[in-house]
Structures are given as C-alpha cells and as structure tokens.
Design a protein around this ligand. Structure first.
Ligand code: ADP
Ligand code: ASP
Ligand code: MG
Length: 457
C-alpha cells in the first residue's frame, strides 16, 4: 500500500510546522511518498523578485538563503545541520547560477524556472527533518523523478504516461528500499529538461500526478483548514467541513475557485480510482474530507459554493449569428489560438458571449480584430466579474431550485450577468459583478448550506 502525502506552504512554513509534518509522515503505516510546496511566502517572494530583475539579484539570493537557513537552523542540531549544509550549498550554488549567469528577465519560461525554486529547498529541509527523526529519506526534484510536462508557463500539464514510466525507474527503488522520497511540487520538466510550473497552487496537482504515476492507494492533501469546506472560510467564517464528496463535485468546485485544491487535482486520481483526503496538518487527529467515486446524498439544497474572481465577459454581436455556426466556430478558433481558458459560453440570436480571465482580454481582442469586420457588428467587454459555482445534490432535478438561488442573489442586490445551468449535473454557475460576489456567497451559504432553511423545496 502506498500513500502520497502532500504538504502545502503553511504546513512546511515554519520549524514547528515542519516538525508536525515530519510527525504526520512518520505515523503513516503504509509506504509513503511526500510532495511539498515551497515554504509559505517563498513563491510570492520569487514572483515579486522576478519583476525587478536583474538589479536585485544579490538581494534575492541573500534573502532566499537567509529565510531557509533560519528555519533549518531552528529545526536541526549542529551535526544534522552540517549534513544539511552539504546538500543545501549544492542547491544554492545552482540557484545563484540561475540568477547570475542564466537570468533572462521578462522571459516567461525563465520566470517559471525561477519561481519553481522554492520547492527545491522546502523539500530538502523536510527530508532532513525526517532524517533527524531517525527515518531514511531522500529529497528528489521533479528533474530527478522525471515528472514530464508540456504546455505554457504557469499552465503546464503533466505527461502522465511518461511520468509513470520514469517514476517506476527513478522512485520505486527507493520505496522498495524503505526510503521516504520527498518530492518537489509545483512544476514538471519539459522535454528539454527545463522546469514548467503547473500554475499557482500547483503542488496539489503535482501530488495527484505522483499518486497516478505510482499507482498509490490514497492521496492525502495536508493543508491549513479542516478539509474541503462548504465555502471559503476566509469569506464565510461559519463555513462547515464536508465529510465526503464525490470526484465531480470536488472537480467543479476546484475549477471554479475553491482554492483548497488546484483546479486540475482531481483528474489524475479519478482516472485510477485513487481516493483523495483533504486534511488539516495543524489537527492531524481530525479525519478531514474524503473525495472518491460515490457518496450518500444529503438533504441540504447546497453542499458548497465557490467563487472565481477577476473574470470578464466578452460579447460579440452579429446579425443572426445563431444561424451562422461557422462564424461562431471561427470566433472560438481565434480565442483558442491563445490557449486561454473559457469558463462559460452563452449564445442568443445575435450575440455570443465568452467568460474569460481579465488578463486574457487584451490578447483575445487582438485576435478578434483579425476577423472579417463585415462579420462582426460589435464587441463589448464587461470586466471584473465573478463566477459563483453552487454545488448540491439533485440541483437540477429539484423544481424551483434556480428560483430560490436567484432570490438569494437578488437579496445581495447583484445583477446576474450570465448563467450556466445543466452543463454539469452537479452545479449551477452564474456570473455577478465582483463587487457583489462576496455578499452573494454569504447569503447563499447562510440560507442553503448545512441545514439552512430551504423549506418548500
Ligand atoms: P496550501 O498552502 O496548503 O496548498 P492553500 O492556501 O492553497 O493551502 O489552500 C487552503 C486555503 O483554501 C484555505 O486556507 C482556505 O482559505 C481556502 N479555501 C477556499 N475555498 C475553500 C473550501 N471550499 N474549503 C477549504 N478551504 C478553502
Ligand atoms: N509554491 C507554489 C505556489 O505558491 C505551489 C503551491 O503552493 O502549491 O503557488
Ligand atoms: Mg494550495
């Protein structure tokens, strides 16, 4: 039996957190493989640093080194620290080279490489914490493991097949030998061997890829909340923990903004029927949430609500566009050329509207401008929109559910700008201005989640 255990930034972000993580790992009876994020704050620090290159190179190096040595120094005794420093200096040497010799400011591939560096050091410290506790452990990078990826910076996709055969060769022998591998989350490597990140929060996806590649029996995501909750507890402090979810519910919520899981975490584990647990590293005795194929239906109208912010609606108007599917196809093709994510599409007789990220609007408009102007009468953009994703049992088969939900939206004085219902059998999604989104979520949550009143339904 193999358990893949992923620890997020706050779960490895301090000497105490690392100590706790090591304790959790050592109390796991199965064979285990650990995946870790960078210590909290480190990736943000690198992203920020990358914006002022090259003048700030030495500052980045000094602060990065200090942040990691401070934590390691509090965790390890003198002898352990001496062993740690050998590995640390070797990795630090490469980090310095990346900044001094290899710096290519403004190149997205270079920035991906630089921002992926935090994971190499958190995994090293965690590995040495395990060794200090008497375990046999090895710190492996995505390069060492052969976690292959393709795509664009900040949105890499793992090559699952290639990764599986590489990890069978590079990682399995350690497991067979009773050694605990501690693997870098967040990035894979392209065919040229250089890093490609999976996007912010990508270590969850890395862990799912590792679980898939190693045919694990369970994936545990250890984070800083009690499990998958009924909404973001930072928005609604009364959010409750969900005991059990199915893969589709979790996938929709993660895709539409529930930050607790990276949007792409579910697919690699669902494919191989690997159950996923979300657990709190600060309360290791709590069971957390289990996400798997089936679960018992509940009576609550809604189980969980997520919001995805910073979106824009691009509406393209043209006479009777609905009768010209080829024109719609050309528009979609143009948008797809940039490989942007389309969160929703809706059409009417003379308009087709797309929901995309604010940051993608400029490049989409440039592409649309290359279409025949005779075909397109007008293009409108509404920015700063938020998509609310409401998930519940039998949402679509219960009569009057939409009316209830939109009454709550009205109470939050929000205008619904776009709706998508029926595209998935577990969720109802709609778009409201970002300025009203938090109120919408609060009202929906308080009315319909966890025994809130939903009489009459
Ligand atoms: P980690 O560093 O462990 O990956 P993240 O900060 O990426 O942790 O994700 C955990 C955070 O996700 C929580 O602290 C919480 O604020 C936020 N969050 C958003 N939606 C949810 C949800 N539905 N359930 C639990 N946490 C959520
Ligand atoms: N360290 C990366 C980030 O901050 C990946 C992760 O935490 O999952 O985005
Ligand atoms: Mg995360």
């Amino acid at each position: 039996m193999i358990t893949v255990m992923k620890f997020g930034g706050t779960s490895v972000g301090s000497p105490e957190a690392l100590q706790r993580a090591a304790g959790i790992i050592l109390s796991e009876k199965n064979d285990k493989i650990v995946v870790a994020s960078a210590m909290s704050g480190i990736t943000n620090f690198l992203v920020k640093g990358s914006e002022s290159l090259p003048d700030n190179r030495q500052e980045i190096i000094d602060e990065f080194e200090k942040k990691h040595l401070d934590v390691a120094g509090q965790l390890l005794n003198e002898e352990q620290m001496a062993a740690f420093m050998e590995d640390f200096n070797a990795r630090m040497q490469k980090f310095k080279e990346l900044l001094w010799d290899g710096a290519v400011p403004n190149d997205p591939y270079y920035i991906d490489n630089l921002t992926s560096q935090g994971e190499r050091f958190s995994t090293l410290i965690l590995c040495h914490a395990l060794k200090a506790a008497g375990a046999r452990s090895v710190a492996l990078t995505s390069e060492d493991c052969g976690i292959y990826a393709e795509g664009k910076p900040l949105s890499g996709s793992a090559d699952l097949r290639r990764t599986e055969s590489m990890m069978a060769m590079k990682v399995k022998p350690y497991i067979n030998d009773g050694v605990i591998p501690v693997i870098t989350g967040f990035y894979g490597i392209k065919s040229d061997g250089l890093p490609l990140t999976f996007g912010r929060g990508g270590s969850d996806y890395s862990a799912a890829v590792v679980a898939n590649a190693m045919n694990a029996d369970v994936l545990e995501i250890w984070t800083d909340v009690d499990g998958f909750m009924s909404t973001d507890p930072r928005i609604v402090p009364e959010a409750i923990k969900i005991d059990e979810m199915n893969f589709s519910e979790a996938a929709e919520l993660a895709y539409f903004g529930a930050k607790v899981l990276h949007p792409r975490t579910i697919e690699p584990v669902r494919m191989k029927h690997i159950p996923l647990k979300v657990r709190n590293s600060f309360k290791p005795d709590e069971p957390g949430t289990i996400i798997h194929h089936l679960r018992k239906p509940k009576d609550d109208l809604l189980r969980s609500v997520a919001i995805k912010t910073d979106l824009s609606i691009i509406s393209i108007g043209s006479a009777e566009i609905a009768y010209h599917p080829k024109m719609v196809a050309r528009i979609v093709e143009k948008i797809a050329e940039n490989e942007v994510v389309i969160y929703s599409i809706s059409t009417s007789l003379s308009t087709v509207a797309f929901l995309v990220h604010n940051n993608d609007v400029r490049s989409i408009l440039l592409k649309l401008n290359t279409l025949d102007p005779e075909d397109i009468e007008r293009i409108e953009v509404k920015s700063d929109m938020a998509l609310v994703c409401a998930v519940g049992d039998n949402l679509l088969s219960k009569c009057g559910v939409s009316a209830e939900i939109f009454t709550a939206v009205k109470e939050a004085r929000a205008n619904v700008e776009m709706i998508s219902e029926g595209a998935s059998d577990v969720s109802l999604n709609f778009v409201v201005p970002m300025s009203r989104a938090t109120d919408v979520v609060k009202i929906l949550h308080n009315k319909y989640v966890g025994g809130g009143s939903n009489e009459g339904l």
